[in-house]
Design a protein around this ligand. Structure first.
Ligand SMILES: [Zn+2]
Ligand SMILES: [Zn+2]
Length: 183
């Protein structure tokens, strides 16, 4: 009896950690779920992956999915100090978790934010509700970026430059460069 109760608890726990992919994380380009990793081009159907979308004035300016292997590779290129700094910053500043309605740090509602990014973690056709998803506004990303080494900032900017050459197809100027928070 107790065992069955425990089993149910465990099942409920795991069920609460997986959910359908919300439309916010669909690809604007394909109007459906992301299918391929931006970096290696591999299928995302049977792997874990991250999605990041950067918004400015209500428009998606960058969006991509990155498989767990490529995310790991990118992470390995960042300095140890920066990785620690990101963890520390988020540990100290995150005030609300797992919402796409407000900034995870300053809690300003999405509607009041000119620029922000959303990040989620996925497995095949499901979203993982662990530490993510999160929404973070541009000033809070900038606050985080201040704690990063120049090497890390250059690497993250370079990552976007490599994959999105040329200006984004829109005439809304980006006040500052938003950096991917892939950690
Ligand atoms: Zn990949
Ligand atoms: Zn914020």
């Amino acid at each position: 009896m107790f065992f069955r109760f425990l089993q149910k608890k465990i099942n409920d726990f795991w069920a609460s950690k997986f959910g359908p992919i919300p439309p916010e994380f669909h690809s604007l380009e394909t109007d459906g779920p992301f299918r391929h990793c931006l970096d290696c081009g591999g299928s995302l159907l049977f792997t874990q992956y991250l999605i990041e979308k950067i918004y400015s004035n209500g428009e998606v300016i960058y969006e991509y999915a990155l498989c767990v292997e490529c995310a790991k590779k990118l992470r390995e290129e960042l300095s140890r100090e920066s990785k620690k700094a990101i963890k520390r910053y988020l540990r100290r500043n995150r005030t609300v978790k797992q919402t796409l309605e407000a900034c995870t740090c300053c809690r300003l509602p999405k509607e009041e934010l000119p620029s922000y990014q959303i990040i989620g973690q996925f497995s095949g056709e499901e979203m993982l509700n662990w530490n993510l998803p999160m929404l973070i506004c541009e000033p809070c990303v900038d606050g985080l970026a201040e704690h990063l080494s120049k090497q890390t900032r250059d690497r993250l900017d370079g990552f976007l430059d490599e994959h999105f050459p040329g200006p984004p197809e829109m005439d809304v100027p980006l006040p500052t460069r938003s950096r991917p928070v892939l950690i």
